[in-house]
Write a protein that binds this ligand. Structure first.
Ligand SMILES: [Zn+2]
Ligand SMILES: [Zn+2]
Ligand SMILES: [Zn+2]
Length: 89
């Protein structure tokens, strides 16, 4: 477990959790997902990189929102895209 933490991860003070347990982009196109991630900037819940459409990563690149947290029950980690860092909490 890395103890290196970037300013993006440091700035997360209150965790945003998934409001709905589905990827809203996959629902629109009738696709399936594997795991869910919640953007810590705007709170949108999208699918992970193991899913066919990787909406969370696309969202991070198009919106510039740097940090996601896993929305899976029991998972307690966040990931920063620009710094490629994982932080457990
Ligand atoms: Zn960062
Ligand atoms: Zn999706
Ligand atoms: Zn976002």
């Amino acid at each position: 477990m890395a103890d290196e933490v970037c300013t993006h991860l440091e700035s997360i003070t209150a965790l945003r959790t998934a409001k709905i347990r589905e990827c809203e982009e996959c629902v629109k196109i009738g696709s399936d997902w594997v795991h869910l991630r919640t953007c810590q900037d705007c709170g949108v819940t999208l699918c992970c990189d193991s899913s066919p459409h990787q909406h969370a990563t696309k969202h991070a690149h198009t919106s510039g929102h740097p940090v996601i947290a896993s929305a899976e029950p029991g998972d307690r980690w966040m990931y920063c895209y620009p710094d490629d860092l994982v932080a457990e909490y």
